[in-house]
Design a binder for this molecule. Sequence first.
Ligand code: NAD
Ligand code: WQD
Length: 340
Amino acid sequence: MKKRILVTGGTGFIGSETVIALIENGYEPVIVDNLCNSKEAVVGRIETITGVRPIFHPVDCCDKAAFRKVFEEEKDLYGVIHFAGLKAVGESVSKPIEYYSNNLVSTLNLLDLMREFDVRNIIFSSSATVYGVPERVPLKETDPVQSATNPYGETKVMIERILEDTHKAWKDLNVVLLRYFNPIGAHPSGLLGEDPNGIPNNLLPYVSQVAIGKLKFLSVYGDDYPTPDGTGIRDYIHVCDLAEGHVAAIRKLADNPGVVVYNLGTGKGTSVLEIVHAFEEANGVKIPYQIEARRAGDVAENYANCDKAFEELGWKARRNVLDACKDAYRFQKMNPNGIQ
Ligand code: NAD
Ligand code: WQD
């Protein structure tokens, strides 16, 4: 029998790509998403790509009664991948109550239902943001988790702690904390990708919208960082590699690992200007940009040491930023107004 995996936030950017990877690797995903930041059309696109229409429940994880019905209906769940959450750093500063409430209540409801229905495996979407301002790079899983500078990041720190404490009291619960670095790119079909509302906050969606002429130019936030070209350095990971990392994490659950944590990145840093040039090279387009002041809260350099994921999960990123830029542009051209 196929292992059944509940995927909260499964119509979102990373969740939808992971649902595809699950189907392709012989799992049966069950999606729960309230569509606050994604479209139901994603379910049909997953079907077009894989030939399988995943089960979809349009449910808010904060609505415990509705969420319980999903658990009652969907028997024999092997585990949960918990993507559901609000994720915009800047918005979280102006809407702290919404962010703490959505991200924490959804997780607490989920854990309580997992206990009630004896579902013993959870993989959580954490973030490099839990390392705060890094003292050194590359970041290792053993580096300290620090209080974040914004409510979004703080929810990740808090949820990691909640999951660790729950394991202490419920030893049969396995917890895999996956700390993502900067996910970019799109499905190579061009059918699925990042579809932010309004003006994008993140670099790649912004560059993609400049490339199709929807936005005039890119603002490069600072060229006076202590990096080779002065612009900020990040670890950009293709979303398809990230999705495969989740499949590797599910396989790890068979060892009953308790609480384990893995960085999912490429291990390689890329500057803002290198991304601009990679996008131009990959797609034969020009990306006009202007250098502007640093963005508040940004660090100079942030990239991962991913040796642990390779040694213990047998996973590493296979795609590079050129692949990601090609895929992101294809998605943007095919969906100039997002997924409808
Ligand atoms: P996304 O917004 O595309 O996906 C999140 C999904 O969760 C959306 O489809 C949204 O509708 C859904 N959702 C939100 N609250 C919900 C609720 N209460 N009940 C049900 N569904 C709900 O974001 P993403 O980029 O795919 O991120 C997925 C996860 O990974 C998030 O937890 C995010 O914090 C984390 N993460 C993302 C990044 C990144 O840069 N994209 C980096 C590190 C960690
Ligand atoms: C990348 C680089 C910017 C936009 C965020 C979250 C982090 C994680 C991933 C969830 C930086 C520069 C950007 C622009 C620019 N998400 N930039 N012009 O800030 O590394 O990480 O997403 O967990 O928590 O903070 O990603 O894509 O916003 O920025 O110059 O218009 O691009 O200064 O150097 P960031 P980003």
